[in-house]
Design a protein around this ligand. Structure first.
Ligand SMILES: C[S@@+](CC[C@H](N)C(=O)[O-])C[C@H]1O[C@@H](n2cnc3c(N)ncnc32)[C@H](O)[C@@H]1O
Length: 164
């Protein structure tokens, strides 16, 4: 997917006050963030990593979050949990134990797509720790949505250590 050509990206570009140097959009597959090491004091990644359909690329992107954070900088990230309704109700059987899952949404959100499914909380923790993050908390949120009872997402609160 070319993110430049999708509607939210175009809407974003049409805003007169947005400087593309400060707020660049990345093309799909461009995993290196165009920012210097230690550029940010905080990084937020809300409901994005599940859309990257390879664990190798997810690891690279999380490594980039770590690189662009200043030592001591904070990260908040959310990812769909393994028992999110996307996987348990709409995952096309046989749903694999891990990895990329085909999802066929029904009803108002009718569409077919693919998502990366983390195995469990330990897998999510490992993904961030392996890139050098220290986790301060690994919690979750859940919400009732339309006719859905379990839309659980993990919330990762982590930091780049002062030395590292
Ligand atoms: C559920 S939305 C979350 C949007 C936003 N982070 C927020 O908090 O409102 C998922 C977002 O993931 C991003 N996304 C989808 N596919 C992606 C990909 N292959 N690489 C990077 N980002 C992707 C898109 O920007 C999309 O809007």
């Amino acid at each position: 997917m070319d993110l430049e050509s999708c509607t939210p990206a175009r809407t974003f570009r049409e805003q007169p006050d947005i400087d593309p140097e400060r707020f660049p959009l990345l093309a799909d597959g461009q995993d290196r963030l165009p920012f210097a090491d230690g550029f940010f004091e905080s990084v937020v990644s809300n409901q994005v990593l599940n859309f990257i359909l390879s664990r190798k690329r997810i690891d690279r992107v999380v490594g980039e979050f770590h690189r662009v954070l200043v030592p001591g900088g904070r990260l908040i990230a959310t990812v769909m949990a393994e028992d999110n309704y996307f996987f348990t109700e709409y995952g096309v059987p046989p749903v694999p134990e891990e990895g990329v899952v085909q999802v066929r949404l029904r009803g108002r959100l009718e569409r077919e797509d693919y998502y990366y499914r983390f195995r469990d909380a330990a897998d999510v923790r490992d993904c961030f720790e392996r890139q050098g993050f220290v986790l301060d908390d690994l919690g979750y949120f859940d919400y009732a949505f339309l006719d859905v009872s379990r839309a659980r997402h993990y919330i990762v609160l982590a930091r780049r250590p002062e030395a590292g």
